[in-house]
Design a protein around this ligand. Sequence first.
Ligand SMILES: [Zn+2]
Length: 342
Amino acid sequence: MKKLLPTSTAGSLPKPSWLAQPETLWSPWKLEGEELLEGKQDALRLSLFEQQQAGIDIVSDGEQTRQHFVTTFIENLSGVDFAKREVVRIRNRYDASVPTVVGAVERRKPVFIEDAKYLRQQTTQPIKWALPGPMTMIDTLYDDHYKSREKLAWEFAGILNQEARELEAAGVDIIQFDEPAFNVFFDEVNDWGVAALERAIEGLRCETAVHICYGYGIKANTDWKQTLGSEWRQYEEAFPKLQKSKIDIVSLECHNSRVPLELIELIRGKKVMVGAIDVATNAVETPEEVAQTLRKALQFVATDKLYPCTNCGMAPLSRRVARGKLNALSAGADIVRRELQG
Ligand SMILES: [Zn+2]
C-alpha cells in the first residue's frame, strides 16, 4: 500500500556557508571552476541527507546548484542579455534590475539534467524537480524582442517542455513549475497562463505540479501581504482553470496565511501539496500545529490526495531553522497519519 500523506518541500533549502553566504537570496558562490561543481554536488548530497534524516518522503536537490529559482534557468538560455539591464516591477510588487530579451530565446543545452541524474543516483526515493513557470519567467525580464508577454511565455513553455522531457528521462518522478505570478496576474492566468503551463507539460508521463505561493519571507512580500486584507482569495482566480487542466498536483501556501482553506474545494480531484510550514518566520512549528493545518485541509482534499509540504522554499532561512521545520513537518504528518489509520 502507498504511504498516506507523503511529505515533501516546495523546493529550495539553505546552502552550506562554505558554498554561499547563508540567509541571502542571490547569494554569490564562494567557490569557482571545478571546485564549485564539486561543491554544488556535495551540497546536494548534504541537502538530500538532511531531508532523509527528517524522514521526508519525496526528496529534492534542495536547489543547491542554483543561485535563484528563476534566474539560473534563464542564464542558461540564449536570447537574453544579462549585461543589458532594465528596471521593471516584479509581480506588481517591487522594482528590480533585470536582464533584457534581445533575440529569439532558445535552450541550446540542457540546464539541470546532469544535476537531476546526480540526485537520481543518490536515492531510490521519489524525487521532485522544480522549474520556473512560463509566466513567472517573463515577469523577471525586460522584453525588447517579442514585445508581447504572451508570445514570450509560449516560447518559454516550449523550452521548459524540452527540459522537462529530459528530466523525466533522467528519472524525475514529479516535475514542479513555480508560478507565484499566478497569484497576481489573474486575467493573464485565465487567458493564456494555464494554457502555457499545459504546453510545458505536454507529452510527459511523470507527475506534474504547479506551486503557487505568496513568496519567500522577504520584506517586499511581507509588506505586500499586509495589503491583502483579512482573507486572501487570490487562489480563487486560477483554481477553476487549474481544476480542468492536466496538471496533477497543486502546491499551496496554507499555514499562517489568510487563505480560506475552503478554496481548495475548487480544485477537487487534484492532488494538493498543503503548505503546513511557514517559511516567513524563524519560529519552528510544533508537530501539533502542522497536524492542525493538515486536518483542516482534509475537509477539502481526499486522504490519498493530500501531500504535506512547506509554504514555499526555505533557501533564505538558517540551516538550523530549516532542519527544525523539516522535522516538524514529518512529525506533524505522522500524527495525522496515525489518526487516519486509527
Ligand atoms: Zn513559493
